[in-house]
Design a protein. Structure first.
Length: 354
């Protein structure tokens, strides 16, 4: 999950639509092309008279190139869970990381993987989208400091520099963490380093970064000999938000809610398979590199170990969303001038766990 510019939602999406033609896609296939769809496996629903109903097409735009967090999708496809639900799923990779939510809002894609704060901000810009399932239930984006730096908690960053990746949310998170820890956020200097988070901290251009994920940047830094300690924002004043959610448009929900519910249920089967067979699921993912950045098997294996407990709630089914979480994130965004007061958290999500 790469960090897009979460809060730029231009109403004119012509450039994104042109880019769509170049997106990687997996029409009806998946990690294993031979797994088949409902139409060619005989698993589709039977219509009266013994004829088969053709699989229903549904398109999904990823948030970034395929990586460990998407394993549940490729497992659901390869194991036939989507086909069993009568779905022909087209998984697409964004040409640009801002594409997904804009395209789903425009009706060019059925579903998008995106971020809980982004959904709320989109609604603040009158972009009619809703989250239909929570995928990663806790923040992956942590404040990271070099190991041995002496920084034990956010307040220790007074007088130091923090690099963030162009996103106002991340700047607000860093300031909240320092203040919640009893420090002065104005005493830290925040520098926009764009997507250069890894070189910024590994070359000591900055003393800390925010916007890096514990299942990606932290693992790469460690492998490259630049270990960092991560500090969970949820422990310092930032709401414990859903890092990744599935989103649909309001119009799409009106037309295809039953179809989206089937998708969520099949995706949940995929996640259960990943939990039971992580090594096999990782192989399915690695077989499916589709024009994105080459995956490092060792990084993705470690990433999956980190992700699995963060994608599971023992008291709720996969994908379930807590209204209280949406209220907390909504209030925090509004308190930090990242969201208008007229946005209602209840309008930003619907549970389709079945």
């Amino acid at each position: 999950m790469k960090k897009p510019s979460l809060f730029v939602f231009p109403m004119l999406i012509a450039a994104a639509l042109l880019a769509l033609g170049g997106c990687g896609s997996t029409p009806g296939g998946g990690a294993n092309a031979g797994s088949g769809t409902a139409a060619d496996t005989g698993e589709g629903a039977n219509a009266p008279g013994g004829s088969q109903t053709p699989p229903q097409k549904i398109s999904l735009m990823l948030d970034w190139y395929p990586n460990a967090v998407h394993s549940f999708l490729y497992a659901a496809e390869a194991q036939g869970y989507f086909a069993k639900a009568g779905l022909d799923v087209d998984i697409r990779m964004p040409a640009e990381t801002n594409d997904a939510l804009k395209l789903v809002a425009a009706g060019k894609v059925d579903l998008a993987l995106t971020y809980q704060p982004q959904v709320l901000m989109a609604r603040g810009e009158r972009i009619p989208v809703k989250a239909i399932a929570a995928v990663v239930r806790h923040p992956l984006n942590h404040l990271m400091v070099p190991a041995g730096s002496g920084v034990r908690s956010p307040k220790d960053l007074a007088g130091k520099t923090i690099g963030f990746s162009s996103i106002p949310l991340y700047e607000a998170m860093a300031r909240t963490m320092i203040e919640a820890d009893g420090g002065d956020p104005d005493a830290a200097k925040l520098i926009d380093v764009g997507y250069d988070l890894i070189p910024a901290v590994s070359t000591s251009k900055v003393d800390a970064i925010i916007g890096g994920f514990i299942n990606h940047e932290q693992l790469i830094l460690d492998k490259d000999g630049h270990p960092v300690n991560s500090i969970d924002p949820a422990a310092y004043g930032v709401p414990d938000y859903y890092e990744l959610v599935l989103a649909a448009s309001d119009d799409g929900l009106k037309a295809k809610q039953d179809l989206f519910t089937k998708f969520v249920q099949a995706a949940a089967e995929g996640q259960r398979y990943v939990e039971a067979h992580p090594d096999d699921a990782l192989k399915m993912l690695l077989e499916h590199e589709d024009g994105g950045s080459p995956l490092d098997p060792s990084i993705e294996a470690k990433s999956l170990v980190i992700l699995l407990p963060l994608m599971t709630d023992k008291d709720a089914p996969f994908g379930a969303q807590d209204p209280a979480s949406w209220d907390r994130v909504n209030d925090w965004l509004a308190d930090h001038d990242l969201l208008g007061a007229d946005v209602k958290a209840a309008d930003a999500f619907v549970n389709l766990t079945g």
